[in-house]
Design a protein around this ligand. Structure first.
Ligand code: ADP
Ligand code: ADP
Ligand code: ZN
Length: 216
């Protein structure tokens, strides 16, 4: 089963993907996390991606598609995956269809999460990420047990460089221009379910589970 979580930066895709991944036993595939890991490891891919990420722009399709395709072709994704942050362009959506078609699979469900601009900025502004395992916290809504320290691995929490006020706005702008068209793309194919991202974490997850139950 391949499930895509679609929505603007900060709406809670990563948080929900992690919960669903644990419940379904499917890997959580986040293109943003893959890029951040490549940057941390200092690879050529990381160097190429960094300048786009720092500016809040999308990394070019060619690079992004190759990276995600490679991830999806690993054995743990044989039974499916929860995709978070990919696809972000129509070109990426088409490439995803091709990659899955090669193994007689397809996207089963696209969950579109949305919320107000005010909410997105509030969430991005309070987001803290684990440097070690990339777990995500919120200073008010999902704080770690010990300030500055990851509950899961004890790693140091940091604020992403692309979570500055200026880059946040840029990323939301880029989302509206390049990613929002995917909503209609998937709606037309009958794959889209829309949920309200404004509720608390369990409230959003309950909607996600209900959407899943409907297609199963
Ligand atoms: P957010 O949590 O704000 O949605 P992500 O962690 O998904 O952010 O992505 C961080 C950055 O990584 C993006 O602003 C973009 O530069 C790059 N990126 C992630 N996924 C993609 C993608 N599918 N296509 C192009 N660029 C991407
Ligand atoms: P995305 O992957 O869509 O960019 P994240 O999952 O990283 O979003 O969430 C953005 C921030 O909002 C994080 O700090 C996260 O802890 C917090 N968050 C996520 N979901 C909720 C929610 N339903 N209510 C309040 N805060 C949330
Ligand atoms: Zn951690």
């Amino acid at each position: 089963m391949f499930i895509v979580l679609l929505g603007p930066p900060g709406v809670g895709k990563g948080t929900q993907a992690e919960l669903l991944s644990q419940e379904l036993g499917l890997p959580h595939v986040s293109s943003g996390e893959l890029f951040r890991e490549a940057i941390k490891a200092g690879t050529a891919l990381g160097r190429k991606a960094q300048r786009y990420i720092d500016q809040g722009k999308l990394v070019p399709d060619k690079v992004t598609i190759a990276m995600v395709a490679e991830r999806l072709n690993q054995p743990d994704c044989a039974g499916g995956a929860i995709l978070d942050g990919f696809p972000r362009t129509i070109g990426q959506a088409k490439a995803l269809d091709k990659v899955l078609a090669q193994r007689n699979a397809s996207v089963d469900l696209v969950v579109y999460m949305n919320g107000s601009m005010e909410m997105l900025l509030q969430r991005l502004g309070g987001r803290w990420t684990c440097r070690n395992c990339q777990a995500v916290y919120h200073i008010l809504h999902n704080p770690p047990r010990e300030p500055g320290k990851c509950d899961l691995c004890g790693g140091e929490l940091y604020q992403r460089e692309d979570d500055t006020a200026e880059t946040q706005r840029k990323r939301i702008e880029v989302y509206l221009e390049q990613t929002a068209p995917l909503v209609e793309h998937y709606r037309q194919r009958g794959l889209l379910v829309e949920i309200n991202g404004e509720l608390d974490i369990p409230g959003v997850y309950a909607q996600l589970r209900a959407a899943l139950d409907r297609i199963r």
